[in-house]
Write a protein that binds this ligand. Structure first.
Ligand SMILES: CC(C)(COP(=O)(O)OP(=O)(O)OC[C@H]1O[C@@H](n2cnc3c(N)ncnc32)[C@H](O)[C@@H]1OP(=O)(O)O)[C@@H](O)C(=O)NCCC(=O)NCCS
Length: 178
């Protein structure tokens, strides 16, 4: 299958158990300590756990998992297939996820990221995430620090003020973030 020219050509969708095999394959390509099948399966059975992805046809190109409860969300992971990076997929995916979170009434976002992960830190900062703390020596594999980041999500404008605004449903494919 040809690679799409633009990040906007990928379909955005909530992922479920039927995507588990592709999710695990992508996870193993992207992380030295990937989540296991059991971790994803437990997560996918939890109402507060969400995984969204970008697909080209049936092929999963990127995913973002997050946990949402009591007006707060935490990005657990975001990953783009190695051969598809620096094409805007990560930006599009995180933008759509944050748009959905705003519509869900979430007002604050948190995450932790390895200090050495310049790409992810730059991506998060470009959405307004700010550093709010450090967990020294947090990662057991190499003793690296975790940088904690926080984002205030603005309240969405009332729909009546935005007649053209998309109305994201976490279960459905979405359009571009507003
Ligand atoms: C982090 C990651 C998801 C970014 O995805 P991506 O699709 O390549 O990112 P995009 O092309 O959408 O880039 C968006 C922004 O991220 C930042 N960025 C992405 N890759 C970068 C890199 N290699 N170096 C510096 N900044 C980078 C830039 O700010 C970029 O904006 P710009 O293109 O205007 O400069 C991807 O690198 C990845 O999957 N990494 C491995 C998994 C991982 O570490 N996930 C984070 C766990 S916390």
């Amino acid at each position: 299958m040809d690679t799409p020219a633009s990040a906007s050509d990928y379909a955005f969708a909530r992922l479920g158990p039927e995507d588990l095999d592709q999710l695990l394959a992508l996870e193993r390509q992207c992380f030295t300590h990937p989540w296991t099948e059991r971790q994803f399966s437990l997560g996918l059975g939890n109402k507060a756990f969400f995984v969204f992805g970008l697909k080209h046809g049936p092929e999963l190109a990127a995913y973002c998992s997050f946990h949402a409860v009591a007006g707060e969300m935490e990005v657990l992971n975001i990953a783009v297939a190695p051969g598809l990076r620096r094409r805007g997929l990560g930006r599009r995916l995180l933008g759509l996820v944050l748009q959905i979170c705003r519509k869900m009434g979430i007002r604050q976002g948190y995450l932790e990221v390895r200090r050495s992960n310049a790409a992810a830190r730059a991506l998060y900062a470009s959405f307004g995430y700010e550093e709010c703390g450090v967990r020294k020596g947090y990662y057991p594999d190499n003793g690296e620090d975790a940088v904690l980041m926080r984002l205030d999500l603005p309240t969405p404008q009332p729909e009546s003020d935005r007649p053209d605004a998309p109305d994201p449903d976490p279960a459905q494919p979405q359009g571009e973030p507003s």
